[in-house]
Design a protein around this ligand. Structure first.
Ligand code: NI
Length: 179
């Protein structure tokens, strides 16, 4: 079921979400949540979605990138369900890159992120995930996992002159991330 995506200003988006309980792995309830998240992400042309964005304050994110019109220049990222994630930066340096967010519709901002990181966590059935990634893959993981700590990308920006409307900054992308 396509769910409503909560927008910035909603207090629950600013909360720290709870870990998924062990007993919930492999459950029909988790499967339904993930189905809703995937349908909602696809309907919005998103490249990632965190459970708090549909009002479920659990440490569950999904992401995928293939031929996404919102991110025409990014390398593909396989569809991933990541639960109870832990991130370890592997490079001290940060790189600025443009981000959008389905909870901040119609906007883009330049956000510093770690270039390379290792992430661990679990898939839907509780199997361990352990990946070392860089570039756009590293960026989307940092963005989605920030949602689990109540952080939206504008809160990571250090130069608000690089925050604006997609239709102004990137006219060729206009309308593709509006509700
Ligand atoms: Ni987001």
């Amino acid at each position: 079921m396509i769910r409503e995506i909560l927008k910035m200003g909603t207090s629950s988006l600013m909360q720290v979400s709870a870990p998924l309980p062990h007993a919930a792995f492999g459950s029909p309830e988790l499967h339904e949540l993930l189905t809703d998240m995937n349908e909602t992400m696809i309907a919005a042309n998103g490249a990632g979605l965190a459970a708090p964005q549909i009002g479920e304050n659990l440490r569950v994110v999904i992401f995928e990138l293939k031929n996404n019109p919102r991110y025409p220049d990014a390398e593909p990222v396989p569809f991933t369900v990541l639960i109870n994630p832990e991130l370890t930066p592997l490079s001290p340096e940060l790189e600025d890159g443009w981000e959008g967010c389905l909870s901040v519709p119609g906007m883009r901002g330049l956000v510093p992120r770690h270039l390379k990181l290792r992430y661990t966590g679990f898939d839907e059935n509780g199997h361990k995930i352990d990946r070392t990634v860089s570039g756009w893959h590293a960026r989307v993981v940092q963005h989605e996992c920030d949602h689990l700590d109540g952080v939206l990308y504008p809160m990571r920006m250090n130069d608000m002159s690089h925050f604006g409307f997609t239709e102004v900054l990137f006219p060729e992308l206009a309308g593709q991330d509006d509700d």
